[in-house]
Design a protein. Structure first.
Length: 294
């Protein structure tokens, strides 16, 4: 199926899913660098699910930022943050999160702008975060999760990287490197996002570990991850090496958590084929009483 046809089908699903529209005020962060072919077809279904969008563009040579501005001029629910150059994924997330907090959004979703994160999962992801009051991760590595379009080598590297992170960090989150996440606003206020030192895809692992150290619950929602619709991958070998080197540093305490100690480290995966929140699995990461840290 062509990329345009696929996104058109998703947009139709979104329009038909009024009962699944996220109730809390929700915004989706889309970091972009040369994502013009994917942008409009991704924004449309996201908006159809009732979520606002902030495009954080790193001065894309292909005009992604200009296209985002044109979309935003016709739709006030689409915001644009322009940056001076390619400053990295981690700082793009922080810029989007800051934008969301300043404007009073209750839920903040991060997604890849290349089409690999399907907007169809937004209702389940936001419901899990809202009803569990927890960080919800769109997971490829829990029952019901899957990956489409990757080679065996790429699947092996990704799965191996997650086993490595889980083992070294001593956590039970199955997908430590997923960028498809939903954060309740208070989580971003609890974690000092501006003090995170890692960038690129290493940011995802550090952010997760900081959340666990703060006692924040984590739930995993199964997703179907699909290889990018158009364009080239932004993940370089250097970024992979940085992410690998980060893990033991985190375990040795090289984080910006003001000395907070890890609390519980177990994560719940949520079966979206049944109840997306109440399906019974292992206890959720974080406080034993299921409450927020105090």
């Amino acid at each position: 199926m062509a990329a345009g046809e696929q996104m058109s089908d998703i947009a139709q699903d979104a329009r038909a899913a009024g009962e699944a529209t996220p109730a809390p005020k929700t915004i989706v962060i889309l970091p972009t660098f040369n994502e013009r072919p994917n942008l409009e077809g991704l924004v449309t279904p996201i908006r159809g699910f009732g979520c606002d969008v902030v495009v954080v563009d790193d001065n894309s040579p292909d005009g992604t930022g200009d296209l985002a501005e044109r979309i935003g001029a016709e739709d006030p629910g689409v915001h644009v943050v322009h940056r001076s150059g390619k400053l990295g994924l981690g700082t793009a997330y922080v810029a989007g999160m800051t934008h969301a907090i300043e404007r009073g959004y209750e839920l903040v979703v991060t997604m890849d702008a290349d089409g690999s994160h399907n907007p169809r999962h937004l209702p389940a992801l936001t419901a899990a975060a809202h009803q569990r009051d927890a960080l919800a991760i769109g997971s490829r590595y829990v029952p019901g999760g899957e990956i489409a379009g990757w080679t065996r080598r790429r699947k092996f590297l990704s799965h191996g990287a997650n086993i490595y992170a889980r083992t070294i960090l001593g956590v039970r989150v199955h997908d430590c490197t997923s960028g498809y996440r939903c954060y309740p606003r208070w989580v971003l206020e609890e974690v000092d996002i501006h003090s995170i030192r890692s960038d690129g895809y290493a940011f995802l692992t550090e952010m997760l570990y900081l959340c666990l150290r703060c006692g924040i619950q984590v739930v995993e929602v199964p997703i179907r991850f699909e290889d990018r619709l158009a364009g080239q991958s932004k993940v370089s070998s250097a970024e992979i090496l940085k992410a690998i080197a980060l893990v033991p540093r985190l375990r040795l305490g090289g984080t910006a958590t003001s000395g907070r100690r890890p609390v519980a480290k177990r994560a719940r995966h949520v079966d979206t084929d049944s109840d997306p929140v109440d399906a019974g699995h292992a206890p959720v990461s974080g406080r034993p009483d299921g409450g927020r840290p105090t």
